[in-house]
Design a protein around this ligand. Sequence first.
Ligand SMILES: Nc1ncnc2c1ncn2[C@@H]1O[C@H](COP(=O)(O)OP(=O)(O)OP(=O)(O)O)[C@@H](O)[C@H]1O
Ligand SMILES: [Mg+2]
Length: 253
Amino acid sequence: MSALEVRGVTVRFGGHQALSEVSLEVGNGQIVGLIGPNGAGKTTLFNAVCGVVTPSAGTIRVMGRDVSGMATHRRARQGLGRTFQRLEVFASLSVAENVRAGVEIRNTWERRGHTARQFLAQGDSLPADAEVELILNRLGLAELADVPVGSLPTGQARLVELGRALAARPSVLLLDEPASGLDETETADFGALLVELAAAGLGVLLVEHDVGLVMQVCERIYVLDFGSVIASGDPESVRSNEAVVAAYLGAGT
Ligand SMILES: Nc1ncnc2c1ncn2[C@@H]1O[C@H](COP(=O)(O)OP(=O)(O)OP(=O)(O)O)[C@@H](O)[C@H]1O
Ligand SMILES: [Mg+2]
């Protein structure tokens, strides 16, 4: 059973076909890349998976369960988590309060065996405060707990957004350009964090223009161009694929 299975998803905005029969799969514990030029449809695919836009065709399964007709919040309960291309955080709230929002929401749900809880170790039986502390420690944010997120540089704010997503203990996490605004060291640290998350069993679908990061951490990569998957495979095969070089990577990547 895959963490995420997308089959034949088509999305139209009026006369514009943003996605054409896109299929992809993310296994448990796997980091999968989704790359392609601006406007290729990457964010639209995330929105379709989350239920923010309604596809005209196709199915979406999370941990084997068909979520295609479900509302966004119910998909989250099934184990779907995401972060946003244009950072969505509560800027006036502190780092701890942002993560706590994720914990509180999850505490209203029935508990499930979501894989990300392994990353958080003994988090299951902890009171909310202790769980927030645990997440902040794991993400290296402990010293910033009381700082308003609006005053943080982008790299740290993106980690807060990730922490809030992890607080819901997803089985699959969709990350939309998480390394944008991060410097080289932050990007390397972030890559290591992704590898740790996957080792705990989490499935990760990574949209990212930092091709170096994608090539380094992803087991498999899908390439979108004009709403269609033009190539997929391991990093080496994608890097040397002529259609991918022509559409996105360019020569010399
Ligand atoms: N809500 C919408 N209504 C109409 N058109 C949209 C909507 N959302 C996206 N589009 C269009 O769909 C296409 C795909 O956009 P999308 O944002 O998914 O691209 P992307 O691959 O995420 O690009 P980028 O790398 O720049 O983030 C674009 O042509 C975009 O203008
Ligand atoms: Mg996008």
